[in-house]
Structures are given as C-alpha cells and as structure tokens.
Ligand binder design. Sequence first.
Ligand code: F0G
Length: 460
Amino acid sequence: MKQRTIAEPYRIKMIEPIKMTTREYREAKIREAGYNTFLLKSEDVYIDLLTDSGASAMSDWQWSGMFLGDEAYAGARNFFHLEKAVQEIYGFKHIVPTHQGRAAEHITSQIRIQRGQYVPMNMYFTTTREHAERAGGIFYDCIVDEAHDPASAHPFKGNVDLNKLQRLVDEKGANAIAYLSIAPCVNMAGGQPFSMANLREVAAWAKRYNLPIIFDATRAVENAYFIQQREEGYARKPVRAILREMMGYGEGCTMSSKKDNLVNIGGFLATNNEAFFVKAKEMVVVFEGLHTYGGLAGRDMEAIARGIYEMVDDAYIASRVRQVEYLGKRLQDAGIPIVIPIGGHAVFLDAKRFLPHIPQEQFPAQALAAALYVDSGVRAMERGIVSAGRDHTTGEHHKPKLELVRLTIPRRVYTNLHMDVVAESCQALYEEREKIKGLEIVYEPETLRFFQARFQEIGG
Ligand code: F0G
C-alpha cells in the first residue's frame, strides 16, 4: 500500500506575516550582503531555510511555561525541571546549562582534551571541531567513507568506521585519544543517522580501550526516528525508548537545545561522570553564569524542559522528518542532484553536480545559495569549501568532498506549500544553471569564516 499522509499533529493559532519582495530588490540585497546569506537581514527573506537552529515554533505549553520563569540568581525552580527532563529523557545524571551548544563544547573541550590528543569524530561540526582544536586537540575523522559520497544511498551514513578507530589506536595508542565525539544525524554529512548496531559496536570497542563517548546530541531524536524506521527490531519501539538506549552508550553529551529541544535559545552539557561535572560547574561560572542557569533565564530553562518532553512524541517527530522528506522527494522528482538518503533536518543540494561549470575554488555552493535567494527570497546556507575553512598551518583551503547548499527546515514553522515554493525555485535555477557565476572572496575572517566572509561575482 502507498504510504499514508501524516499531517501535523497540531494546529496553528498564531501567525507571523512575512514580506514578499521583488527580484530587483533581492539582487540589490544580496550584493550588499557580499553574496553571503548570513549577512542578509531576516526581514528581506521570504522563506528562511538558513538553519533549523533556534528557529522552531514553540507550543502553547512551552509559551505558558515562559510565564512561570523563576528568575532568581541561584537555584531557580526551572533549573530543577530541566534537570529532571534531562534525567528522564536522556538518562544522564548531572546537567550544566549553557547559553547554547558551543558553550557546552567549549567547556567540555577545555576540560577533557590535553594538548596534542586526538578527538575522533564521525565527520565534524564547525564549532565542535573549532573548540577541540582551540583546546589543543587534533580532529580525526572516523566516519564511514560513504558519508563523503553524496550519491551513496547507505541508510546509515553517520556510522563510525571501526577500522579507522583501530588504525588510530594502533598508530598512536589509546592514551593519545581524549574521547570519542559522536554525533547523531551528522549535520555536515547531510543529516545522516548512525544505526544502533554500529553504536553498540563502537561502544564495545571504546570500552576495551577505556575511552568515553561524549555525544553531540543536538539532533539525537531525529536519529532515533530513523532507527525506528530503518533498523530491524526497532519498528515498534517509541523514539523515547530508542533515544534512552542510544544515550546509554555514552558518558555524557553536549547539546544545542536550539534544535531537537524546540526552543529559540539554550543548551547544556550532561554527564554521568562526577569528576567532570564538578570541573564543568567550576568553569561554567567563569564563562556562562551560575551552574543553575548557565547564561539562561529561568523561563528559557522551562521552555527547554517542556520541549524535551514534546520532542519525543512519535507523531511529532514523524511529521517533522517527513516534511523534510517531502521537499527532498519533490527535488528528486525534478531531477535535481541532492544528497541521498534525504536527511533528518535538511535537504542538501549537491552544488558540484548542480553547477559543474564552477570549480570548487570559486565557491559553487556559496554562489548557488545566493542565486536561490535572488530567485525566490528563499535563504539557504553554504556547506562546502567556505564552511570547511583553511588549514591552520598551511593556510590552504580545506577542500571537502561535499560541496553542498543546505535547505534546513525549522521545526513546526512552515507548511508543505512553502516547501513547494522552494522546490519550484530550485527547479527554475536548475533549468538555467549555466547562468550562475562563480565567486571570489573580498573579505575573510580568520575563524568560522562562513559566517562573515564577503564575496563578489567573478567578472560581475
Ligand atoms: N553541534 C551541531 C551538530 C550543530 O549543528 C550545532 C549548531 C552545534 C553543535 C552548535 O550549537 O549553535 O547552539 O552553539 N548548528 C547550527 C546549524 C548553527 O545551523 O547547523 P549552537
């Protein structure tokens, strides 16, 4: 039987108007923004698929919780609600709130990495890698090769390649490794999940060498959903149980609550390691705030706590991931090259195949994201050579195999008609793709350059 439609398990009771603009207007705005979609004003954007981070719509239950914020400096009741939610849903004992995910990464990296130690990751995320490197760590990619191939249909492209881990231990010894940093639904690979079977093997391997797993749990619920849908033995398990099992293989996690947790700001680190927790509490007061608020208002912690319970609702997570799938399938039907399988939070256009006439040093994904904005006011994000940055020692561009434009779907915000508009715009660009020109850099910050770099059209 054909798969039945799943509609949103909620209805809309408040709306936010968005501005419609003309092509001429958008041409001027993208030039002013140096062809960098991060530098556009939000009010000039029609459908904002820059990121799924902090862009979720909160529920009436979350909003009503915002009025129950206890804004005491110390020991606010909302902290204890958050602590309980993390203990119940993620299963970790201790929690340190932070203003967002990268703050938890900063604290974790500084405490857990000794200069010169390796940090194996299943691919990388920009801030996670940056914080590991700032702490003197060396990034080591241990993801399966399929993850670097946008055309591989492997159902679990977020899997760890155990041979790569073994090679590192054989060459450098287990003491040269700080911890394994494992991310569910790997963002830079296209939102690709790992399987529970793979995680189980990784955990068993890590135990042999006494190496802890610290998850970047940012999109763990979406990964749990894919396990439910794709992995044998999980079809009848609720995502809530799958998430608990998954987290059970780790010593702790860093978390950007701005994704799975359905809030606009916040994060935390959570751990079962008492000694790490004590050090993290010491550090959070220096960089974030007291250990019972970590840079967040009481009301923000309440919204996170409630979002944590809402995110594990099976009907919600199915409709969320299937909306992403809806957009992806429309693009596939139009013959547009995208990363397969379709990810959990985003559809990734393959800019190398979309714009084969633009060499990677001329930033094809950056150019494609700019062209998409001009065509329809849809804002996307480059995830390719610009995001990968430069080698700190040689100064050369890192040249990632993946040169992608990310169409990231915020949670509970847009309808499938919005997705249709996006798909039609991509199709219009694809039909006239040879008109899109390459770019050159006119300004480049030293770190995380993709946020603020400025470009101009070559020969434009
Ligand atoms: N880890 C992953 C996998 C992420 O995707 C992000 C943020 C972070 C950590 C950092 O969390 O933003 O709360 O400090 N990703 C956003 C994105 C920015 O658009 O993908 P943060």
